[in-house]
Design a binder for this molecule. Sequence first.
Ligand code: G1P
Length: 298
Amino acid sequence: MTRHKVSKAIFPVAGLGTRFLPATKSIPKEIMTLVDRPLIQYAIDEARAAGIDEFIFVTSRGKSALEDYFDHSPELERTLTEAGKADLLETLHQTYMSSGAIAYVRQNRPRGLGHAVWCARRLVGDEPFAVLLPDDVIAAEKPCLKQMVEAYGDLGGCMVAAMEVPPARASSYGVLDVDRDDGSLIRVKGLVEKPKAGTAPSNLAVIGRYILSPRVMENLNNMRPGAGGEIQLTDAIAAEIGGPETVHGYRFQGQRYDCGSKAGFLQATVAFGLARQDLSAEFADFLHHMVALREAAQ
Ligand code: G1P
């Protein structure tokens, strides 16, 4: 059987990030920092760990800080070298991309996630590609996209990351209509973007990691606006169901944080702070102290 290889990933980063105003007035949301690394670095590291070596950013006006972030910085490098700061140099190198490995396309109007992905069609060509939404940060022993790439190898078609959510939250997500549930792999017979309250076909939500067949790009050529009047990626994937290729959900191992919301961002900050050896003891003490103060005040 042929193994389906995935070497390109799309990062839709054109959103205005209005939920984080005023911070996002002058910095892209994806540069906002979890502990000491911007959100986008987590997504890039996850993609690299999954074997991705071509990175396609769908950007918009006001996102030039993202392009600078992945560029080399000779002054900083010289200063750190002269000061003998090898560990910081190593950290700096993790942000570098070799020439040609990263490409930027612009989405000139916010028309939805499906439209953003479609903007990258010429760079993707005729091969399966990954999509990572940097707002969804996933802490996992084996990075989420790597888990998916391994499962995808024998399957091909389309695969979306999936996770159970409380039924009342289902209308904030793309939701799976389950045909067969084999634990980590879920055969899908339908996908609905942001179903109206009480109409969701399950409580299994699409999370922002996808591996998609190039056929999805073709579907996006003709896609009409869906939920919220936007061109939805979910609809273009749903159009594959019943066709020659399969559509699967993948129930990943790991903890997902919704860094597109303030509460989710704060939760991720606490979790990632506690997971850091250099910070955890002091930070845990502080958290205990804060909780005790709050309880005493109640
Ligand atoms: C997007 C997708 C949705 C998915 C979600 C995961 O929605 O359209 O299908 O469930 O990401 O985070 P958004 O959160 O951009 O509205």
